[in-house]
Design a protein around this ligand. Structure first.
Ligand code: G4P
Length: 528
């Protein structure tokens, strides 16, 4: 009974957006509602400062901040909210994709003036494919931006979503008067005073009431009536099941900076967003209410102190109770481990906890046992699915620059790959090591961290690879596959798990290869 109560009061989600849309600001305002922080400015942005994208000291600084903001938990109206941080910078997109495997829903933030931007498209696509419930927050209504209908259209077209507005703006920018909350049927007038953290709302059950004309003026009232009527005609009614199944996305308008429309978003969110959901493993589906504990590692964070090489593995609890000092099975290593100081996260601090429930994230100190994707259970041999590697876009040979330190280099590269910083491939013909990354920034990160954390030096050598694809033959013994391996020998490598990868040197050659070898599949992610 207690377990199901704890499960039902948890909401674990991520906020995704293109950099600068207002993710950090919104997170901070949400925390204010939870009373988790006292003042604005307490959550530091871990995005790369403008113009400093290639400065790895900046990356290091952010790494420090991002430990603190990896998970932000707080209580609001007896709901335990866990916000998982998702880096906005595109070079760290893979981190974000992995974090999305641990959320039960997301909030998408869109800038009213810029509309749908590139990074939003990519991240929403991942959520759409996984059918993650999404709520949209259109931000910066205090500024001039696009017309609400145009924006809703743009969201439907570019993001391939089906939207329904649950609030509607009254004016915009200089003329911004407030928001009509369709969900709660009330009006919230904008005073432009960000210090007011709980705004006054005026209940308006019927938009026809003359009170509306008095509140916002005749013209604005008439516009609002017409537009809301039109919106309700054009867009489907809100349907909770459709939202939970990822088939319908409710939209809210507001201004995070002015703390306007944020409470409405949060109140609706805690009502409709799903509690922790079941998760599939290779063997079976696991439900959160199951008594026995299971969980999986979705993120590993290296210690900032180079003298201590221990790391923090972030585990999402899928079922049962996680308890301190109880031995759990690390399935991949087939080893029992017990954790004397598991960390739980509250706002921006972490504390040792005795018990955690499904939906929660615990940080476990690790000396190198964990890899991203690892499963922990009470003894069951089970493997959670769903943390694929993505086809990298940048490739370089990695060479040892200090022959005396080859052991350190090997260990460092190994551990950084386990953390998911990049992927390592070994060429079939000569065993040369290739690092593949999603963003160019990672090469600097790796070089810097190898030197500072492992005392090893590396150099890179360019390599002409357009895309790495995981290869899946219909029949391993076919003549076709044998010929493919012989002819493409130079372009074949193995990933860390020993899976075969084709390194295409151009999109043309990839196309030609796909056409020629019709019974071989080429995948862009490692999970197929
Ligand atoms: P991000 O995490 O998505 O990258 O965005 P962040 O919250 O850092 O916001 C990006 C910029 O947009 C910030 O300004 C922030 O103050 C501003 N902003 C956020 N919400 C609103 C809003 O509702 N209205 C307006 N007008 N601005 C908003 P900045 O100048 O880039 O940074 P800062 O110096 O204020 O920190």
């Amino acid at each position: 009974m207690k377990l199901s109560k704890e499960i039902n009061r948890r909401r674990t989600f991520g906020i995704i957006s293109h950099p600068d849309a207002g993710k950090t600001t919104l997170t901070e305002k949400l925390l204010l509602f939870g009373g988790a922080i006292q003042e604005a400015g307490a959550v530091k942005s871990n995005k790369a400062k403008k113009g400093a994208t290639s400065d790895f000291m900046e990356i290091e600084r952010q790494r420090g901040i991002s430990v603190a903001t990896s998970v932000l938990a707080f209580e609001y109206k007896d709901i335990k909210i866990n916000i998982l941080d998702t880096p906005g910078h595109k070079d760290f997109a893979e981190d974000t994709f992995r974090t999305l495997t641990a959320v039960d829903s997301v909030i998408v933030v869109i800038d009213v003036a810029k509309g749908v931007e590139a990074q939003t498209e990519k991240l929403v696509e991942v959520c759409r494919m996984r059918k993650i419930p999404m709520l949209v927050f259109i931000n910066k209504l205090d500024r001039e931006g696009k017309d609400a209908f145009d924006l809703l259209d743009e969201i439907e077209q570019k993001l391939h979503l089906k939207v329904t507005p649950l609030s509607y703006p009254i004016g915009m920018g200089y003329d911004f008067k407030g928001i009509y909350n369709i969900w709660e049927q009330n009006i919230n007038l904008f005073t432009g005073d960000p210090r007011k953290d709980i705004e006054d709302t005026i209940e308006i059950k019927d938009l026809a009431t003359p009170e509306l004309d008095e509140l916002i003026g005749k013209d604005a009232a008439q516009d609002l009536r017409e537009e809301v009527e039109l919106a309700q005609g054009v867009y489907p009614d809100f349907d909770k099941n459709a939202y939970i199944n990822g088939d319908l996305q409710p939209v809210f308008f507001g201004s995070a900076l002015n703390n306007f429309g944020v409470r409405e978003l949060l109140d609706c969110f805690i009502t409709i967003a799903p509690p922790p959901l079941p998760k599939v493993s290779e063997e079976r589906e696991v439900r959160p209410e199951e008594e026995k504990f299971t969980g999986f590692v979705f993120k590993i964070h290296a210690n900032m102190d180079p003298k201590h090489r221990d790391r923090l593995a972030f585990v999402k609890i899928v079922s049962g109770k996680f308890e301190r000092n109880v031995p759990y099975l690390h399935v991949r290593n087939n080893k029992k481990l017990r954790f004397s100081s598991p960390n739980a996260f509250f706002a921006e601090k972490k504390e040792i906890v005795d018990v955690s429930y499904p939906g929660d994230i615990v940080g476990l100190h690790d000396t190198g046992n964990f890899k991203i994707g690892d499963t922990l259970t009470e003894g069951e041999q089970m493997h959670f699915k769903g943390i694929p590697s993505f086809s990298p876009e940048h490739f370089r040979y990695i060479n040892n620059a200090d022959p005396m330190k080859s052991k350190q280099l090997e260990k460092g590269v190994d551990q950084l790959m386990d953390e998911g910083v990049a992927q390592l491939f070994k060429l079939e013909i000569n065993n040369r090591k290739i690092i593949g990354t999603v963003g160019a920034l990672q090469f600097e990160v790796i070089q810097y961290r190898l030197e500072h954390e492992y005392g090893a030096k590396c150099t890179y050598e360019n390599l002409n690879v357009h895309k790495a694809c995981w290869v899946e033959p219909e029949d391993e013994k076919s003549e076709e596959f044998k010929e493919f391996k012989r002819v493409k020998n130079k372009f074949l490598a193995k990933d860390k798990k020993g899976q075969l990868v084709f390194l295409a040197d151009s999109s043309f050659s990839l196309q030609m290869t796909q056409q020629k070898y019709k019974n071989i599949k080429f995948h862009y992610t490692s999970e197929f």
